[in-house]
Design a protein around this ligand. Structure first.
Ligand code: GLN
Length: 192
């Protein structure tokens, strides 16, 4: 069974642990950079990307994560998506800069910043429930980025080789298709 870490320094990491187990993986809460060596993939959860950056500034965590995300499958949700993006706006901030995308933080404005939508995606099995909470918007993607779902014409679920990113929170819905997709990505990485 693949061992998938969930970055557990901030945000809703517990729900991702449950979702990963339901999707057929073992979930490991990652709180120290040394733990990255023992996992096959990683989820960077939602939360507050600026708070993540503050924690990651300690003990070489950011540098360790920077090498990890270049080598192993990583799934960023919401704040995690912001951390993976090459360019962050509103305001501009540091990131792991691996996902060829430009992301605008808190892009939906105060009134509609949180929403639950049901929409078609490129995943099999019909419409997917998507929970958005103070979500960012992916405003630009590079040629290597495959768009798997959109909201109002902007990507909300994207894949670039071993990277997966969602601007919504799949761990808060009972549908496990997105987590299964990531577990499959990790499994295919293991067989290489
Ligand atoms: N608004 C947060 C940020 O900019 C992301 C919100 C979330 O992860 N639910 O980092």
């Amino acid at each position: 069974m693949p061992q998938i870490g969930v970055l557990a320094i901030q945000g809703d990491f517990d729900a991702h642990g449950v979702a990963l187990r339901e999707a057929g993986a073992e979930a490991v809460l990652v709180r120290r950079p040394e733990q990255l060596a023992a996992i096959d993939g990683l989820i960077i959860p939602g939360g507050e990307s600026t708070t993540f950056l503050k924690f990651l500034a300690r003990d070489g965590f950011l540098e360790a994560l920077q090498s990890f995300v270049r080598e192993k499958p990583t799934f960023g949700t919401c704040a995690g998506c912001i951390l993976l993006a090459k360019e962050v706006r509103n305001p501009s901030q540091e990131s792991l800069a691996v996902l060829d995308a430009t992301v605008e933080r808190n892009a939906y404005g105060r009134q509609i910043d949180s929403a639950i939508l049901n929409a078609d995606t490129r995943l099999e099995g019909g419409p997917l429930e998507m929970v958005f909470i103070r979500a960012p918007r992916i405003v630009k993607t590079g040629a290597e980025v495959e768009v798997l779902a959109e909201r109002d014409g902007f990507p909300v679920l994207v894949r670039q080789a071993k990277l997966l990113a969602a601007t919504f929170h799949p761990e808060l819905s009972s549908d496990r298709r997105v987590h299964r997709l990531f577990v499959d990505l990790v499994r295919s990485g293991q067989s290489h």
